[in-house]
Every structure is written in structure tokens, then in C-alpha cells.
Design a protein around this ligand. Structure first.
Ligand SMILES: Nc1ncnc2c1ncn2[C@@H]1O[C@H](COP(=O)(O)OP(=O)(O)O)[C@@H](O)[C@H]1O
Ligand SMILES: [Mg+2]
Length: 237
């Protein structure tokens, strides 16, 4: 196995990304929040985020909890500046959509963004790890809902199911905080909704992938940053 990337704890997400690129890792995926890199041997993946409390809960659960055949193997969580972090895990590939849909349906947890899994036959549904996985995800969903006023919920859908080199399915990004609600609360000056976040966290939120160059939210970023400044000055919400 290749060495884990030696990212200095406390680096920013930008510094971590530059470090990975310098070490020959390639960008293989970008989501709303994260940048994901593969090492030169295509064995490991490193998912970089400046801020992402929902994925942090999930990655920590993968790292600390018992192995489950439907979860990616997480090797390390490297803390970055403030609440940023890099998740070093097994390198995965896109999964067959029909199999991924059938897996989501068999798991039996709906999706809170409107996705409906296409019905399909899942021939591995009797696997005990599937029920254990559903229990773990439900526990994370309950914890998230209790902790965050802008909690999103489940994002279990075929697009968040990948496959390892042998074709085994892995659930990669099952729970979310509603980034849209954070942005809307900032824009609307809804201080109550933002309570619990620090000013620094809101600034870091405005640097996740969707707000960076090429991202869908880039156009609105500066206005939101100014609004954070206007609302909180030097204070936290
Ligand atoms: N372990 C991995 N190996 C390879 N690609 C991955 C891995 N994890 C995620 N990706 C890719 O990176 C993209 C973004 O990752 P994801 O964790 O879903 O972040 P986001 O929260 O930004 O959607 C995914 O859609 C997928 O294509
Ligand atoms: Mg995703």
C-alpha cells in the first residue's frame, strides 16, 4: 500500500490540495463540498474539505466502528485548519447504476433530497451487514438532526454508491447538512439559524468546492462573505 500523504495537521484545504498535487495525486472527483484525489498507484483516495460536519461524522464512524462490507475502508482522518480535514480511504470507482439503485432500495432509508431509487432486485439483501449499516446510518441521522438546525438528512442514492476494485459496492456520502440552508440563512440574516456555528466556520463554509472557481456558487460568494462580516463583525453567531 502506498504511504499515506504527509499533510501537515493545521494546513488549509488549499495547502492540502497543493501538497497532494505536488506528490502526484490526481483530482478524480469534485462534489458540492469536497475535492477527491487518487494516489499515483490508484490505491488510495484523499477527500479534502475545508468544512463538512456531516461527512466528518460519517468518516469518523467508518474509522472507529466495526468493519462493514458496504462501507469504504477509511485509513485516516487528517485534521486541517479549523474544522477542515482530509479523509484518506480506499480508492473507489463509479458503480453500476442499476446495482447501486437496488442497494439503496434494499437498505430501506429514503433520501431527503427527492431522489427515489428505481426498484431493482438486490440479491445480497440477506447479508447481515446491510441491516447493521442501516442501523448505523439511522443513528447518524438522529444525531445530525439533534445537533444542527440546518441538518439535511439522508443523501442515500445511486450517485453516492461506488465500487472497489473487485466491484463490491460502497456507500460513500450518505448524510448531509443543508449547505443551501446555511447560504440562505446568511443571505437572509437569519442569525438564529446560524447559532452554533462560529464565524470562522461560516467563512470556511464559503470556501467549499461549490463556492470555488468553476463552482455553481462562486458568483454569490463575495456577497455572502460580506454579509457574514456585516452580521457578526468580529463575533461568532
Ligand atoms: N473513495 C473514493 N474514491 C474515488 N472517488 C471518490 C471517493 N470518494 C468520493 N469520490 C468521488 O468524489 C466525488 C465527491 O465526493 P463526495 O464524498 O460525494 O463529496 P461531496 O460531499 O462534495 O458530494 C464523488 O461523487 C465521487 O465521484
Ligand atoms: Mg456526494
Amino acid at each position: 500500500m502506498p504511504a499515506l500523504p504527509d499533510i501537515a495537521p493545521g494546513a488549509t484545504a488549499d495547502q492540502a490540495r497543493a501538497h497532494l498535487e505536488h506528490a502526484g495525486w490526481r483530482l478524480i472527483g469534485t462534489g458540492d463540498w469536497a475535492w477527491v484525489y487518487a494516489d499515483p498507484s490508484d490505491t488510495l483516495a484523499a477527500r479534502v474539505v475545508p468544512f463538512d460536519p456531516a461527512y466528518r461524522m460519517f468518516a469518523q464512524d467508518c474509522l472507529d466502528g466495526p468493519a462493514n462490507r458496504w462501507l469504504p475502508r477509511v485509513d485516516a482522518i487528517v485534521p486541517l485548519a479549523r474544522d477542515g480535514f482530509v479523509t484518506v480511504m480506499e480508492r473507489l470507482w463509479p458503480a453500476d447504476t442499476a446495482r447501486a439503485d437496488a442497494f439503496c432500495a434494499a437498505l430501506g432509508i429514503g433520501n431527503d433530497t427527492g431522489y427515489e431509487p428505481a426498484a431493482g432486485v438486490f440479491d445480497e439483501a440477506s447479508d447481515p451487514d446491510l441491516a447493521l449499516l442501516a442501523d448505523r446510518i439511522r443513528a447518524l441521522l438522529a444525531r445530525g438532526a439533534k445537533t444542527y438546525s440546518v441538518w439535511g438528512g439522508s443523501d442515500i442514492r445511486a450517485g453516492n454508491v461506488m465500487a472497489d476494485a473487485s466491484g463490491a459496492l460502497k456507500l460513500v456520502d450518505p448524510i448531509f447538512i443543508a449547505g443551501k440552508k446555511i447560504a440562505e440563512a446568511i443571505a437572509a440574516g437569519d442569525v438564529e439559524k446560524l447559532r452554533g456555528f462560529t464565524r470562522g466556520q461560516l467563512e470556511d463554509f464559503l470556501t467549499i468546492a461549490i463556492f470555488s472557481p468553476g463552482g455553481e456558487g462562486q458568483g454569490g460568494r463575495v456577497a455572502l462573505l460580506e454579509q457574514v462580516d456585516r452580521l457578526f463583525g468580529g463575533r461568532d453567531p
